[in-house]
Design a protein around this ligand. Structure first.
Ligand code: C2E
Ligand code: CA
Ligand code: CA
Length: 669
């Protein structure tokens, strides 16, 4: 055998007696199994030792039968306690390795000690006692090999340190029985060592396969965690998504129900986002959404003492779940902080975004008893905020609940209403700002319901839109308005309001054209008023309808300007004749510098575009004077006249002529 080969065999043999450090998982498993078995090993050792010592008490000197066994037993007892304690300790890999190694080498002195003691005792015994020593040693070593199964090196050391001297010693006695026991022990130990090798290999394999199984499980878990994360994440903003929001809502709701505390749902809608998307493109729009989402998230994370969950619901809509028994005051505070953050400027290619947000909240248990209805209530609060309190926070209340109920009633009754008899028309003059001549009348609808009495168009027009009855209603109203306008002097125009559905539905405009043609009123005397919101609903369709009406000769007015997501691009891209400044600006023209400024720039814009500027809702002389100074061309409002029935128009015009003639006569005189 070459020397190198021999050396490697020796190295391999030496390795068998050492604790390998390269497999921490195996080490941990060994230590775990071991700490359970070691107390057992020491129990075997101690009880067997006491039995042998007892047998020799009257035969051998005291130091051999009392002192040495007591010391050995006490050492064994100490080790037992040490191992019992190990079961509850958490140890590092290095610690475990150190302990296994010291256990390994400790088998050497312990094995040698007990062997030496046994041999020292032997000469004092009679034949029975002598064979008891042989039996004690054989049984104990087998018990030790068995208990040390998980630490192969230690088992081998014990085998070697006990069995080699054992066989030599008893063989040397020349006693056939003892020689037979020695051979017997050698064979059994050999078999035990073989079993030990097989068992140890299986044990190591088991640990390795358990490790790979755990790794596999961990990988599967990580994958499913990632899938879960992605399924619950909005891909654009990386915020929790709609699915996550509703999961969060139902668990928060269940929790609040169980603990009898309040929980709130909030829905946030960005005001003025659509024009950003339309005017600056989707990539800018996306960046605004991400930034706004990030800001709202920061507010939510920094909010306390309530916990706020935040998600993107889709489009420019976000959701909130406020846990931890919030009060109305807390919700208003949260809404205000979010609003303040959303309003701050955005760094977007220097584009001015002018974004704000409206928020609707609803509270459990005050407003709803299920998560679904709670969400619907919050949605209604948001709708209310968008319509009446843009950019503000609205909490669902008894008032809104009554409103929903009346909305339902209006819708039901409107379905069975006879438009031709229940709908009245009233007319409000639109007056030239400088000459104060009536240039035309805007027709406004009135519903005299037999059940509800007089219902405002602000309520029944949206209801008709919701239930899909607006188009027949518009047709009925237009036919009758034109019939009235036909009786007026030739220079008096008619302004007629169209809803979004009239201008945006496919073919929506065609029935109106035939009504105009049949009416005998020349189209050049008709103005159609279209709100900005109607235009933004479906810009391309609206543009088409407007172009058709325009081609017939009708005028087009952009109504309620300044309230919607107005963008000037709409104004430029539509063939408009007039812009009607919303009455909310007119109302505080003399008190609010912002309103004053807006009307001023609008009048300037109209002037540049060579279209007329109409101010509506003018109630006072002071407002009229300011509007004139700013260059508004037409005035409409209670200052001149409230909407009147068709029958009052003749009188009104006659009085006006008298008044103006009188003024003219005075000037001439
Ligand atoms: P609008 O088109 O902006 O109509 C002007 C509204 O302002 C009318 O309310 C009118 O009565 C009111 N108003 C006029 N002068 C003054 C004033 O000096 N002060 C104040 N505070 N208000 C004034 P009304 O009749 O309640 O109509 C509300 C809205 O309903 C209208 O707003 C219009 O959008 C819609 N609407 C009315 N009639 C029709 C219609 O026949 N078809 C459609 N599609 N919508 C209509
Ligand atoms: Ca109008
Ligand atoms: Ca208006």
């Amino acid at each position: 055998m070459p020397v190198a080969n021999l050396n490697s065999h020796i190295a391999a043999a030496v390795r068998l007696f050492r604790v390998p450090a390269d497999n921490p998982d195996l080490m941990r498993a060994q230590f775990g199994a071991f700490s359970k078995q070691m107390p057992l090993l020491y129990f075997i050792l101690m009880s067997n030792t006491i039995a042998v010592a007892y047998t020799y008490v009257n035969l051998a000197p005291d130091w051999l039968t009392i002192i040495v066994p007591t010391v050995l037993t006490m050492l064994a007892a100490l080790r037992t306690f040490w191992w019992l304690r190990q079961r509850h300790l958490v140890r590092s890999d290095a610690d475990i390795l150190r302990n296994l190694r010291s256990t390994n080498w400790m088998t050497l002195p312990i094995g040698a000690g007990f062997t030496a003691w046994s041999f020292a005792l032997y000469p004092y015994g009679d034949p029975f006692a002598k064979s008891q020593v042989a039996f004690y040693m054989a049984v104990t070593v087998i018990g030790c090999i068995f208990s040390l199964m998980h630490l192969r090196s230690a088992a081998l050391i014990v085998t070697l340190i006990v069995d080699v001297p054992y066989v030599l010693f008893f063989w040397a006695t020349g006693e056939p029985t003892l020689r037979a026991i020695a051979i017997n022990n050698l064979l059994v130990s050999g078999a035990m060592v073989t079993v030990l090798f097989i068992y140890y290999r299986d044990f190591a394999d088991l640990v390795a396969s358990r490790k790979s199984l755990l790794a596999q499980q961990a990988a599967t878990q990580a994958l499913s965690d990632e899938n879960f994360r992605l399924a619950n994440l909005d891909s654009l903003t990386e915020l929790p998504n709609r699915r996550r929001f509703f999961a969060e809502l139902s668990s928060a709701f269940a929790d609040a129900e169980r603990r009898h505390v309040r929980v709130a749902v909030g829905i946030i809608d960005l005001d003025g986002f659509k024009p950003i998307n339309d005017n600056y493109g989707h990539s800018v729009g996306d960046r605004v959404l991400i930034e706004a989402g990030q800001r709202i998230r920061e507010v939510c994370e920094g909010f306390g003492p309530q916990r706020v969950e935040f998600a993107r619901l889709g489009g420019d809509e976000f959701g909130l779940v406020v846990c931890g028994d919030p009060e109305d005051m807390d919700l208003m505070r949260l809404g205000e902080r979010i609003g303040d953050q959303v309003k701050l400027p955005y760094q977007l290619d220097n584009a001015h975004t002018g974004l704000s947000c409206s928020i609707g909240f609803a509270l459990f248990p005050d407003s709803a008893t299920t998560p679904e209805t709670l969400y619907e209530c919050a949605d209604y609060s948001l709708y209310h905020a968008k319509r009446h309190l843009r950019g503000r926070t609205v909490i669902f209340s008894g008032e809104l609940e009554a409103e929903i109920r009346s909305r339902g009633v209006i819708e039901t009754l409107l379905r069975t209403a006879d438009f031709d008899t229940e709908m009245d028309l009233v007319f409000q003059p639109i007056v030239e700002a400088v000459s104060e001549h009536t240039a035309g009348f805007e027709v406004l609808a009135r519903w005299r319901s037999s059940r509800l009495g007089l219902v405002s168009p602000a309520d029944f027009i949206p209801a008709a839109e919701r239930i899909g009855l607006i188009r027949p209603l518009t047709q009925s109203l237009l036919g009758r308005a034109l019939a009235t306008a036909r009786t007026w002097p030739d220079d008096i125009r008619l302004s007629f309001n169209l809803s979004a559905h009239d201008v945006c539905a496919a073919g929506g405009i065609l029935p109106l054209i035939s009504i105009i043609e049949k009416s005998g009123v020349p189209p050049r005397r008709i103005d159609f008023e279209i709100t900005e919101t109607a235009v933004t609903f479906d810009f391309a369709r609206a543009q088409e309808s407007i172009a058709t009406l325009k081609a017939m000769g009708c005028g087009i007015s952009l109504d309620d300007f300044g309230t919607g997501y107005s963008s000037l691009s709409h104004v430029h891209r539509l063939p408009l004749d007039k812009i009607k400044v919303d009455r909310s600006f007119v109302a505080d023209i003399n008190d609010n510098p912002v309103s004053h400024k807006i009307i001023k720039s609008l009048a300037g814009l109209c002037d540049d575009m060579e279209i007329a500027c109409v101010a509506e809702g003018v109630e006072t002389r002071a407002q009229l004077d300011s509007l004139r100074r700013l260059g508004c061309n037409f005035i409409q409002g209670y200052y001149f006249a409230k909407p009147m029935p068709a029958s009052a128009i003749g009188d009104y015009l006659a009085k006006e002529r008298q008044r103006l003639d009188g003024a003219g006569a005075k000037v001439v005189a």
